[in-house]
Design a protein around this ligand. Structure first.
Ligand SMILES: Nc1ncnc2c1ncn2[C@@H]1O[C@H](COP(=O)(O)OP(=O)(O)OP(=O)(O)O)[C@@H](O)[C@H]1O
Length: 239
């Protein structure tokens, strides 16, 4: 399956509030694509629509040319980190992953590999609902990596990580893209994204205001943060 996430003309209302207003962009292979915009711009809603967790009023969201909900063993195509708090009470981190792996026809060996990749091996047998925020975040990343998918979609992956975790996450995202995967990352941390993202999709009020190569934006505005502030001026629902 080709590593490409494509959203086209997505529209979504929640009552009177417009969450998506023609959201259109592509996250392609071999790149970290940064998905940035003010609070309420529609990033999480877009990711939920891609996963089939929210139904759009109009438009399409495709992963490798297919709707996510039609995929067989979906974790082997697209790994996603959306809500690291979503854990079954009482399960250890390892059991949580084993349960997910089983649902995808994957074995225990892959569970141990992703526990090592995310540094969770020492706490793998502890109850996951007692994990710190950073440990939950790592567990969510482990789950996203479980199926060795060609596409990844991570909502705020730096949340809760400590400084060593930031360094680790930057390296991980870079290496996933270098392996040819399409990696879509939403974050408010422009300085982290500037170093790792090849492409940036800036959104505001439910639509794309700019999609460009990171180097083009930094050449034009001086830094990704300066580009972001200029391009999203007045677009935050809270501004
Ligand atoms: N389940 C829901 N019910 C009602 N409104 C919702 C719901 N989910 C999202 N919205 C609204 O849709 C808009 C887009 O929200 P969304 O969470 O997608 O933004 P975001 O870009 O991810 O923001 P943040 O950076 O704060 O995470 C907001 O106005 C939000 O209040």
């Amino acid at each position: 399956m080709e590593a490409i996430i494509e959203v086209s003309e997505l529209r979504k209302r929640f009552g009177a509030s417009v969450a998506l207003d023609g959201m259109t962009f592509t996250a392609g292979p071999g790149l970290v694509t940064a998905f940035v915009g003010p609070n309420g711009a529609g990033k999480s809603t877009t990711m939920r629509v891609i996963l089939g967790l929210d139904r759009p009023d109009a438009g399409t969201a495709l992963v490798g040319g297919r709707r996510y909900v039609t995929l067989d063993r979906p974790l082997t195509h697209l790994g996603a980190l959306i809500d690291p708090g979503a854990l079954q009470p009482g399960r250890s981190g390892r059991n949580h992953l084993l349960w997910l792996a089983h649902s995808q026809g994957l074995g225990a060996r892959r569970v141990d590999e992703v526990l090592d990749l995310t540094g969770l091996r020492p706490v793998a047998r502890r109850q996951a609902n007692g994990y710190s925020l950073g440990m939950r975040q790592r567990l969510g990343i482990a789950a996203a990596l479980l199926g060795d998918p060609p596409m990844l979609m991570l909502d705020e992956p730096f949340n809760g990580l400590d400084p060593e975790g930031f360094v680790w996450m930057r390296g991980l995202l870079r290496s996933l893209a270098d392996e040819g995967r399409a990696v879509l990352v939403s974050s408010h941390l422009m300085s982290e994204l500037q170093d790792i993202a090849g492409h940036v999709v800036v959104v505001g009020a439910g639509r794309v205001v700019q999609a460009a190569r990171t180097t083009d934006l930094t050449a034009r505005f001086g830094s990704l943060e300066a580009a972001y502030l200029e391009l999203t001026r007045g677009l935050g629902v809270l501004s």
